[in-house]
Design a protein around this ligand. Structure first.
Ligand code: SAH
Length: 352
């Protein structure tokens, strides 16, 4: 119990750490040393901070904890994709996925335990949102997968996508905090251009991102450019109409000059008609964009079925006619429930 009451030291900024040492009659510089251990060197206990005196280490023990994540279970897909069940300090579990290709290794990261949105086709939506992940819990998933990438594929992580469990823009502060750590030289030092945030499309938050002039990529889970169809797929979209979404994307593009990626699944008898295709083509005129036509990953419900390949190809051709790149994406890690929308803690319980 004692440990839970102490504050996690990684919730402190560099300034907070420097102040802590000054308030404890030490040099502010000590804060920089600790910060480096925590974020650059990835040390997970005070004992390991070997350039600090024993007194300083016990002072830290007395005041703080370091709540580490633990990889509770790892599954490997036939295609090489690795899924991690990540156990948090309070025993909750999220999942993260490492996806290797010939040239890249991409980490798919979770931002919340469960999700507060209600996309009908997504397995994560069946778990209610239990809490937001902290900065360090997001960051640690990336660090763990960077190590896995080096170990299994002999190369560092090349890309990060916030496409795991949760809606990243509903955990905005910690999302931004974790990206700061991922990109800063005192952290992983990765380029922001290698990071993509995937959002279900919350206009106000997209504008906020634009205002911060971020340098990472934005993907929007569109799935339909017809308001009435989108609302059936994603009921929360009633509050965020496509007109507002389009406005926010124009705002985003104006501020960042960065094109938007639309994620789009084509389902049989739901959004596979010509009028659906026409609506998407029209929506794509709002801002420079590309479209990822992603394969549907069944979540054990008969409502949704992947559309016929010919219909998906019709989408692709219609988009290419107006010079919009449309890629048909095959799923990865489907056999271990690691593909888009399949993260639902089926391994839950193994840890307890
Ligand atoms: N909350 C974020 C990240 C979620 S998952 C978002 O909504 O963008 C990443 C992508 O997988 C999203 O585009 C999501 O719509 C899609 N997805 C969800 N369930 C899926 C499923 N069963 N099959 C294929 N894609 C799915």
């Amino acid at each position: 119990m004692e440990t839970v009451r102490k504050k996690d030291i990684r919730a402190l900024s560099l300034e907070d750490l420097r102040d802590f040492f000054v308030n404890n009659n030490d040099k502010s510089f000590r804060g920089n040393q600790v910060y480096q251990w925590l974020w650059k060197k990835g040390i997970h206990d005070f004992e390991g901070m070997t350039n600090l005196s024993i007194e300083t280490r016990s002072l830290l023990e007395e005041h703080f904890v370091i709540n580490n994540i633990a990889i509770d279970r790892q599954q490997k897909s036939k295609d090489g994709t690795l899924k991690n069940a990540v156990k948090l300090f309070d025993n909750l579990i999220v999942e993260s996925v490492l996806i290797p290709t010939a040239t890249r290794t991409t980490a798919c990261v979770s931002s919340q335990v469960g999700c507060s949105l209600d996309c009908k086709f997504c397995a994560t939506a069946s778990i209610k949102r239990m809490r937001n992940l902290n900065i360090d819990e997001i960051y640690d998933q990336v660090v763990a997968m960077d190590k896995q990438s080096r170990y299994y594929f002999d190369r560092p992580l090349s890309n990060i996508v916030f496409m795991g469990m949760g809606e990243p823009l509903m955990n905005y502060k910690n999302l931004m905090g974790s990206i700061a750590k991922i990109t800063q030289s005192d952290g992983l030092g990765m380029s922001p251009s290698r990071i993509t945030i995937s959002t279900s499309g919350i206009p106000k938050m997209i504008k906020k991102l634009a205002d911060e002039n971020v340098k990472f990529g934005l993907a929007v889970s569109l799935h339909s450019a017809r308001q009435e169809v989108r609302e059936q797929l994603m009921p929360f979209a009633e509050k965020f109409p496509l007109t507002d979404l389009a406005d926010s994307l124009k705002y985003w593009y104006k501020a960042t000059s960065s094109l938007v990626t639309y994620e789009y699944v084509v389902w049989k008898d739901i959004n596979d008609k010509q009028e659906d295709i026409d609506a998407l083509v029209k929506f794509c005129m709002h801002v420079p964009c590309k479209v990822n036509l992603i394969e549907y990953n069944p979540i054990g419900d008969d409502t949704f079925k992947q559309a016929d390949t010919t219909q998906v190809e019709k989408y692709q051709k219609a988009l290419e006619r107006v010079r919009i790149t449309a890629t048909i994406r095959r799923s990865r890690g489907k056999d271990i429930d690691a593909a888009c929308g399949q993260l639902a803690n089926k391994t839950k319980g193994l840890s307890s």
